[in-house]
Design a protein around this ligand. Sequence first.
Ligand SMILES: [Zn+2]
Length: 167
Amino acid sequence: MRCPFCESDKIRVVDSRPSDDGASIRRRRECEDGDCGKRFTTYERVEQVRKLVVVKRDATRVPFDSDKILKGLHAACGKRPISEEAKEDLVRMLEDQLHREFDREVSTSEIGKRVSTALRGIDAVAYIRFASEQEQFVGAEDFAALLDELKRKPPPPPNQEPLFEEG
Ligand SMILES: [Zn+2]
């Protein structure tokens, strides 16, 4: 395993505990590279026996890869004040949700929609960035309309699982 920030392989586990549903083990890890020292989270779980396949817009199919969601989140969140842990928790929540609700295949647009919805409750700017990346909104007028809508409407009710864990 390598540090996602600096690629160092000197990683130590600082905390291990089962996830809320008991289906996985959550480990907080710390990079031991002196210049980096960042913390990140890994989840250990039984490998999905039936792999989820993602159907892209051009109808090609690729294996589901939660790292791609995390990368999209990183791009959308930029320097917004959203912790790395919150992003990782969001990805894990979506991954569990998708595996529960979709038997074999799920479209990229469905994944995008869910990420958008989750982001919307966290950070409006990151949400807009992500949605535009997904080509769900194009042009300044759309952004203005969206900002308007954000001002009028309260954020959606929280998901059944908390996006943020205590501790
Ligand atoms: Zn590092």
